[in-house]
Ligand binder design. Structure first.
Ligand code: PHE
Length: 496
């Protein structure tokens, strides 16, 4: 309590002392407390509220403001009729020019509705004639007109009338918030502890220090709990941060990052990985084949015949798939379906083992969008090649990666991919459940020997989005990409 008291600013003290006499609205506090503006009062009482010393009551009232400057159009027409002896044609009204052209028909409608005039047709002309009621109306304003006058003078009107005038677009509605403040029990207690109003230094200047004034005056204490508006600085997207974090983990494990294009030939995305040309994943409904380019020239063409042979008869490595391989099928242009294409291209480029490379990139599959599927997503891909590399080492690398990401328990289960043997599914434990996060395995000799690689190649392709969801506590994949500013602003900065 004394702490709170000692950290009060002069404005807060002033507001507290003023409120000693009971609940007051802002203007009253301003006047009695000698504040210089409503803003000053609002600041003081909001700070006091955040410390629990006052309560602020808000009362919302609807008020009206005249938006129409001139009289209503039917009144203008009525006056014109009177000047013209009680009878005018519509053309005359139009040409007279003191009723805005756009308001003539509305004015006539109301003239009739108020019973001020009759409208008839004579010789193809529309004629208006004044009624007795119209004559009377010349001497007195109608209720709504009176209300409009009042508003122009700054007085308020009955809400029913306000609504009616609003529908004629003559007024607009404004919500006014009336605020008042009252001391809480704590506020009263602080007050009873005694509050001294004296000048304090709230900002130290060189003059105050040099001139020695700081010795005579109190220096205001900081209140680190004081309310302050949130300031949101720029920062990278949570996904970008996670990607950076993953990159750093692999780099610290001795990996080098590689990249590749989104557009690939089926040859590199599939054939080079010993995926037979009738494999279901190669179908149109799973893969985005391209119209332009519909064909992609196969780079590193020295491998075409080797790949053909390994598919058709195993090229002395195995018996192959035993079908007739088609170059045309392999040349199809497509969006890469996995980042494993980066890895196999790396193998084909002729690097000397040992090597460890990884890539993180976008891949494309024809999926209907829902909470767990997107047609574009990212994979975390890697290969490690060295003499004697084995399954245990593969599992070790995956464990190491996930544990650095904060997942301590992982397990692998048997799986199938055409290009690995053995093949694994990687699962991590999260909130008591096993979640599948990706595939892994050791590349088959049909893949490695084709490219002249002599040692085992450990390989994996892990889902990034799922990992990010676990990390960020999201339930729906789409939330990662929906540009919700509120979420982006509040997303925790962790790791990188
Ligand atoms: N490419 C596989 C996929 O997209 C993952 C994988 C990569 C499996 C490397 C084994 C080896 O699901």
């Amino acid at each position: 309590m004394t702490d709170i008291r000692d950290r009060l600013s002069p404005l807060e003290k002033r507001a507290l002392l003023t409120l000693k006499d009971g609940e007051m609205d802002i203007d009253e506090i301003m006047e009695k407390g000698g504040f210089s503006s409503q803003v000053e009062v609002m600041n003081a009482i909001s700070w006091l509220r955040s410390k629990g010393l006052v309560e602020i009551h808000e009362d919302v009232r609807t008020e009206y403001e005249a938006t129409r400057e001139t009289e209503l159009p039917e009144r203008s027409i009525l006056k014109y009729m009177a000047v013209k002896g009680g009878r005018v044609t519509l053309d005359e009204v139009r040409n007279a020019g003191f009723v805005d052209a756009s308001e003539v028909s509305v004015g006539m409608g109301w003239l009739k509705r108020r019973g001020w005039g009759n409208i008839s047709k004579e010789d193809g002309q529309t004629v208006l004639t004044i009624t007795d009621k119209g004559k009377e109306a010349l001497n007195a304003l109608e209720e709504d007109e009176v209300a409009l006058e009042k508003l122009r003078k700054g007085e308020q009107i009955d809400p029913k009338m306000g609504k009616a005038l609003k529908s004629r677009k003559a007024v607009k509605e404004i919500e006014r918030v009336e605020r008042s403040a009252v001391l809480t029990d704590e506020g009263r207690r602080v007050l009873e502890m005694g509050i001294e109003l004296k000048d304090e230094i709230s900002q130290l200047t060189p003059e105050i220090i040099r001139g020695g004034k700081w010795k005579e005056m109190d220096i205001r204490k900081y209140d680190v709990n004081a309310f302050a508006p949130a300031v949101y600085g720029g920062k990278s997207h949570p996904m970008a941060r996670i990607i950076e974090e993953i990159r750093e983990i692999f780099i610290s494990m001795g990996f080098t990052e590689i990249e590749g294009d989104y557009v690939q030939s089926a040859f590199w995305d599939m054939d080079a990985l010993f995926m037979p040309q009738d494999h279901p994943a190669r179908e149109m409904q799973d893969t985005f084949y391209l119209k332009r380019p519909a064909r992609v020239e196969i780079d590193l063409p020295q491998y075409i015949e080797k790949v053909r042979a390994v598919h058709e008869n195993g090229a002395g490595i195995s018996r192959g798939w035993g079908y007739q391989w088609s170059l045309e099928e392999a040349q199809k242009g497509m969006l890469r379906t996995h980042t494993t294409v980066n890895s196999v291209r790396y193998l084909a480029e002729g690097h000397e083992p040992p090597f460890r490379v990884m890539s993180i990139g976008r891949v494309f599959r024809r999926e209907a969008i829902d909470s767990t599927h997107l047609p574009e997503f990212h994979q975390i891909e890697g290969i490690a090649c060295e003499e004697g590399a084995n399954l245990r080492m593969l599992v070790g690398l995956l464990k190491e990666f996930y544990s650095r990401m904060g997942f301590d328990e992982i397990r692998v289960r048997p799986a199938y991919f055409p290009y690995t043997e053995p093949s694994l599914e990687v699962e991590v434990m999260f909130n008591g459940k096993w979640l599948e996060l990706g595939g892994a395995g050791i590349f088959r000799p049909e893949v490695t020997e084709t490219f002249g690689i002599k040692y085992p190649v450990l390989a994996w392709g892990l889902g990034l989005e799922r990992l990010a969801m676990l990390r960020l506590g999201l339930k729906d994949l789409r939330e990662l990409y929906n540009d919700d500013l509120e979420w982006l602003r509040n997303a925790e900065i962790r790791g990188a």
